[in-house]
Design a protein around this ligand. Structure first.
Ligand SMILES: [Zn+2]
Length: 328
């Protein structure tokens, strides 16, 4: 299969900005040897762009489809109000889809991956495509020098181990100190966090001596990337400010997990937010800042390629997907 060459990934920009990786990925798709029979056979979607002197690739690990949106988003609202907002935004009311989008940033000094998708446990359901996506972008697992975990939920840590071994054999790791302490604590046994605790023991704890922990106030990750605390979704959830050549963007991780239901209505409670009022306060603070600074952001669960802006409205925010802003 045709594969994008590492370092050459953005060489197209020199010839013409519109020969960008998006189109190259489509070419790879068209040249797949076997036609996909189901969505599970589909090659991973990747989307690359240059940001300052950094190279960014968003990789779709998979998409999950769930029933009853109002049992996840707007759990403190009337189901008919949730349905009405979905309808107004041309979305179905009985089911919703949620994508999982790890991000690779090649700073020139480090090849950083933010979050790792579901890994091998997700493959039976069509997720776990991070490694295949990296390959398509021209990166080998050994190229990854730093794995940053925004938080330790299963859809972010599942890809750390592969057949009992580290999936990224040469990487060091970072996550929030508070986050790691929470999930590794045996006190989680017998609580709703028990399954998460066990997943962290299986996937994260074996790598403990390769970890650097980010303190509660955030701080430097590597040149041009710094962590900012955004607690609420989980106890130690971190977001990241990425700066290169005087451009800035934010990786918002799981601060908002639906581009309509929890951006247009940041106060609606979300089932997966562990501290619901703190998550709401954080959502408003983070997206107020992003709107005020007119920054692009990448949200792990935003619609692929997960990159966009927000316009602040009288109530909540309107998601505006990126188009060609970085290409010309
Ligand atoms: Zn998530």
């Amino acid at each position: 299969m045709f594969s994008l060459k590492r370092r050459g990934l953005f060489a197209g920009a020199a010839v013409g900005a519109l020969t960008a990786p998006y189109w190259m990925a489509q070419t790879a798709f068209a040249q797949a040897a076997t036609r996909p029979q189901t969505e599970h056979d589909m090659p991973p979607q990747i989307h690359g762009f240059k940001f300052g002197s950094f190279q960014v690739v968003v990789i779709q690990d998979g998409i999950g489809v769930s029933d009853n949106p109002s049992q996840t988003f707007g759990t403190n609202q009337k189901p008919e109000d949730v349905a009405a907002l979905l309808q107004k935004n041309f979305l179905p009311t009985e089911k919703f889809a949620n994508g999982y989008h790890p991000v690779l940033i090649d700073t020139g000094k480090d090849v950083v991956i933010f979050d790792t998708g579901f890994g091998e446990q997700g493959r039976a359901k069509g997720s776990g495509k991070l490694l295949a996506g990296l390959k398509l972008a021209g990166y080998a697992p050994e190229d990854v020098t730093l794995v940053v975990l925004t938080h330790l939920h299963g859809d972010h840590i599942g890809g750390l181990m592969e057949q009992g071994k580290p999936a990224f054999p040469k990487a060091r790791y970072m996550t929030g100190r508070k986050e790691y302490a929470f999930w590794t604590d045996a006190k989680r046994m017998g609580t709703p966090a028990e399954n998460g605790h066990k997943a962290v023991l299986a996937n994260v704890k074996p790598l403990e001596d390769k970890f650097t922990f980010i303190e509660d106030e955030g701080g430097a990750v590597t040149d041009g990337i710094k962590a900012i605390p955004a607690f609420g979704h989980t106890p130690g959830h971190m977001i990241f400010r990425v700066e290169s050549d005087s451009k800035a963007m934010i990786l918002t991780a799981d601060t908002s997990n639906h581009y309509v239901l929890s951006l247009q209505r940041p106060e609606w409670e979300v089932r997966f937010d562990m501290d619901k009022s703190m998550a709401t306060a954080t959502r408003k603070k983070v997206f107020d800042m992003i709107a005020a600074e007119k920054l692009p952001f990448i949200g792990y669960h935003m619609p692929f390629p997960s990159v966009g802006y927000v316009e602040k409205l009288d109530e909540g925010y309107r998601f505006v997907p990126k188009s060609y802003q970085f290409d010309i």
